[in-house]
Design a protein. Structure first.
Length: 399
């Protein structure tokens, strides 16, 4: 097992270093992240996303690019990835090979060849994926796509899937066996259509299992005289159902209001009962070199519903029991001047039995660039009811 891990790492290093002797450009990085959990018995976080070392090497020579990504966790060498991309005339080539040192070596291998002529592009993607480790079994899939632009704004893409679906899931469609490239579905996308103040896209799907599945229109309406936008989805399926899902976005400069239209807009009953304000935000305000943003979620929404870049929740342990916190208020402070500082405060403003302002979580990140190649930083999570819950340390080097 350990010999296999060492062999993979040595191969990745030798390949990239060997290529550099050909006279191309070699770049890379060494990123280290260690997360400490002072309140846990283990002290070190076992989450691979929170504690790891990633060595990245890239080599470029003309139109060809080679890459290697080696990932290490607390348990040692965990993943090796090789990438390749380039072009030869009108042909484009790309390959992504992921090896799992702990399992059956190959995790996934995805390879794509693309041909472009004028405004027409034809591509063929082949996927080989591990679907079972005991016994070792692989599944294969393929996607053949034809796309092009007929006008300056309208683009069309027709993709046929074999052995996998559009999410590259092989298990979900392997009714004929994991290695059978049987026909699964065809998806036709037409984007950039417009009619007056209305812009819309169309997506139609056919499948081997159901024949015609649906055709769906996404509308984006921008009235010129009203401070609002209206988006909706119109979907036709074999059951003759039509579903319209409208939403409104009301924006005034840096102040955003998030809204939802409540009502039954499915079938023949096309009524709107109410317009609900889900929340509002004030973003990117500069105060003495510090950028300030604030998000407030209303009703049963969270700040994550307003901005997916914010924390969705935070799970921790209190007196041996697991607890998950959600947030309806977030205040973000950012400072950028050599030393990068982020201080995010998460609250539950509408809790009736909390402390003043109902502070839940304080998240801080500090990164200092020692030079163009070296940087180090720290990250911490402080909870109002338990104190310091997580402390992270990072050290990155690039060349």
């Amino acid at each position: 097992m350990y010999r296999r891990r060492a062999t993979l790492l040595v191969i990745s290093l030798l390949l990239i270093v060997g290529f550099s002797a050909l006279g191309g450009t070699l770049t890379g990085s060494w990123e280290n992240k260690l997360t400490l959990t002072p309140r846990d018995d283990d002290f070190f976080s076992s989450d691979s996303d929170l504690t790891n070392t990633v060595i990245t090497l890239d080599y470029s020579a003309g139109e060809l690019d080679f890459g290697s990504v080696s990932t290490f966790g607390l348990d040692g060498f965990t993943e090796q990835e090789f990438t390749f991309s380039g072009s030869v005339g009108e042909f484009g080539l790309a390959s992504d090979l992921v090896l799992d040192p702990d399992g059956s070596s190959l995790s996934t291998w995805e390879s794509t060849i693309t041909f472009t002529e004028s405004s027409l592009t034809v591509s063929d993607t082949f996927l080989l994926k591990s679907i079972s480790s005991d016994p070792i079994e692989y599944g294969s899939g393929m996607a053949v796509s034809v796309s092009g632009s007929f006008t300056d704004n309208v683009t069309t893409d027709v993709t046929a899937y074999f052995g996998m679906d559009e999410d590259k899931d092989i298990d979900a469609v392997s009714t004929y066996g994991g290695s059978s490239l049987h026909y699964v579905s065809t998806i036709i996308d037409v984007n950039g259509l417009s009619l007056g103040c209305c812009e819309f896209d169309n997506k139609t799907k056919f499948s081997e299992a159901s024949g015609f599945e649906y055709t769906k229109f996404e509308f984006y309406i921008y009235p010129e005289v009203l401070p609002l936008t209206l988006s909706s989805t119109l979907k036709f399926s074999p059951s003759k159902s039509i579903t319209i899902s409208p939403s409104l976005d009301l924006d005034w400069a840096c102040f955003d209001v998030y809204t939802e239209l409540d009502g039954d807009l499915t079938g023949s009953d096309g009524t709107i009962d109410s317009l609900t304000i889900e929340g509002f935000s004030l973003t990117s305000q500069e105060i003495g070199g510090v950028s300030f943003s604030a998000y407030t979620a209303l009703k049963d929404k969270t700040v994550y519903d307003l901005n997916s870049d914010l924390l969705e929740n935070y799970t921790y342990t209190v007196d041996g029991s697991s607890k998950t916190a959600t947030f309806d208020e977030a205040v973000l402070l950012d400072y950028r001047d050599g030393l990068d500082l982020d201080l995010d405060t998460y609250l539950n403003m509408f809790e009736t039995d909390g402390d003043l302002f109902n502070l839940v979580l304080l998240k801080g990140i500090a990164t200092f660039d020692v030079s163009d190649q070296f940087s180090f930083g720290t990250e911490f999570y402080i909870l109002s009811d338990v104190g310091l819950d997580r402390l992270g340390l990072t050290f990155d080097y690039s060349f």
